[in-house]
Design a protein around this ligand. Structure first.
Ligand code: FES
Length: 69
């Protein structure tokens, strides 16, 4: 599986040293980038066989299209 999400940032976001673990979003769906906010649970609806690309809306909350990979 793959997904398309729209990013418009033009540079990095600093994560200063923390005294505890910091979870950085790797799925692209967080509403609080660069941090994970649990939105990756939405990915559970995606098939995991790499046959489709999932296109999400600008709010990164809903799949608006699926395409063959
Ligand atoms: S990994 Fe993206 S929201 Fe958790």
């Amino acid at each position: 599986m793959a997904r398309l999400v729209r990013h418009d940032a033009m540079g990095p976001i600093e994560i200063p040293p923390q005294g505890k673990s910091v979870w950085v979003c790797a799925c692209g769906l967080s509403q609080n980038l660069p941090y994970c906010d649990g939105s990756h649970k939405t990915c559970r609806q995606e098939e995991t066989d790499d046959s489709k690309v999932y296109v999400y809306d600008d709010e990164r909350m809903n799949v608006v299209d699926t395409q063959d990979a």
